[in-house]
Design a binder for this molecule. Structure first.
Ligand SMILES: Cc1ncc(COP(=O)(O)O)c(C=O)c1O
Length: 346
């Protein structure tokens, strides 16, 4: 909050461009970027990172195998379609992770230039095995493009060791800053297959010219950069691996508490996110009334189910600063009370 209130610098102020260099270096660290990769933050929310990588990697006829395990996988497939790609989807039941063998089989059946997949599917609470998918994609000569919006800073992710070619994320989840910037990682392997970008605003060559060579492209918000910088300093102070472990620990505590109350999670244990917990709504309560009471009486906001999971799950985020023991305890106590009250009232 203090970083956000610092005096505004112009987008080409010498102090700001030094800060941009620092942010690039810190982002490369958080992504565990391979040598020579471009790491920076696109102006806009997570979707702008998604669209920027697609717009620079996909053109008419690019063959994309889009792994769809939920709402955000479907969004990624749709954006690829809008940029002219020939998109084949591999649709997985909502609430389950993709089986790498299914991706292998799909690539054997028909090739692809790009495999696109969401690492942490926020709509279902599922973690997809993108490390295995990267190996399989490369065996078939395809690049892998990964959505790390709900995993970066919260779940292990190592672009270099795993061979991820293009990755985008957001600032408002496990990185712990306000929304408004989308960190991206674009490796030399992906850049070698860049296409002419149809979008001026999202042209990564022009954005790189600004971030690296200080050539005006658009008027970046210095305020959001201060916040992102501060958040990245906090990540470094905590330590990336300690931060992953914190997210795992508080997820486990939440699950234990929910199970003690007779509640269960949608994904099987090995496929669960630590950052977004998809909790099955019991049959005897009105799910919207529970969310309303949590928000009005306890100032705790949880998400509703999306698409086919509407009314069936609650989505409980434990991301960045919200992944704490105190909040887990507070949430469990509040939920117990709200469920009890609603059941008593019938
Ligand atoms: C997995 C995933 N991808 C993409 C997005 C889109 O990000 P934004 O809403 O910041 O544009 C979200 C948002 O929650 C998400 O969870």
């Amino acid at each position: 909050m203090r970083a956000l209130s610092a005096p505004v610098l112009s987008h080409l102020d010498p102090d700001l461009v030094l800060l941009l260099d620092d942010v690039r270096e810190r982002l490369a660290g958080v992504f565990r970027a391979p040598e020579g990769a471009l790491a920076l933050a696109v102006s806009g929310t997570g979707t702008s990172g998604m669209e920027a990588l697609v717009a620079n990697q996909v053109t008419d006829g690019t063959r994309v195998l889009a792994v769809v395990t939920g709402y955000f996988g479907a969004r990624l497939a749709e954006i690829c379609r809008r940029y002219g790609a020939d998109v084949r989807t591999l649709d997985v039941e909502w609430g389950r992770a993709v089986d790498p063998d299914a991706v292998r089989a799909a690539l054997r059946q028909g090739g692809a230039d790009i495999v696109a997949c969401v690492h942490a599917e926020t709509s279902t609470g599922v973690l997809n095995p993108v490390r295995d998918l990267a190996t399989i994609a490369h065996e078939h000569g395809a690049l892998i493009l990964v959505d790390a919006v709900t995993s970066l800073g919260g779940h292990p992710l190592d672009a270099s060791a795993w061979g991820l070619d293009a990755v985008y994320s957001c600032t408002q989840k496990c990185v712990g800053a306000p929304s408004g910037l989308a960190p991206i990682l674009w490796t030399p392997a992906a850049q070698a297959k860049r296409v002419t970008c149809r979008s001026f605003y999202l042209d990564l060559a022009l954005i790189e010219d600004y971030w690296v060579r200080r050539k005006y492209h658009h008027t970046l918000s210095s305020t959001l950069i201060y916040a992102l910088h501060e958040a990245l300093v906090a990540v470094e102070e905590e330590g990336l691996e300690a931060r992953w472990a914190r997210h795992e620990r508080h997820h486990a505590a939440l699950v234990r508490g929910l199970e003690a109350m007779g509640l269960s999670l949608l994904p099987p244990p090995a496929e669960r996110l630590w950052t977004l917990n998809a909790v099955r709504v019991p049959d005897d309560v009105d799910e919207a009334a529970v969310r309303r009471a949590l928000l009005t009486d306890f100032n705790l906001e949880i998400g509703a189910g999306l698409g086919p999971l509407a009314g069936k799950i609650w989505r409980v985020g434990l991301m960045g600063a919200s992944s704490t023991e105190a909040l887990v305890t507070q949430f469990l106590g509040a939920l117990e009370q709200v469920l009890g009250d609603l059941r008593r009232r019938g």
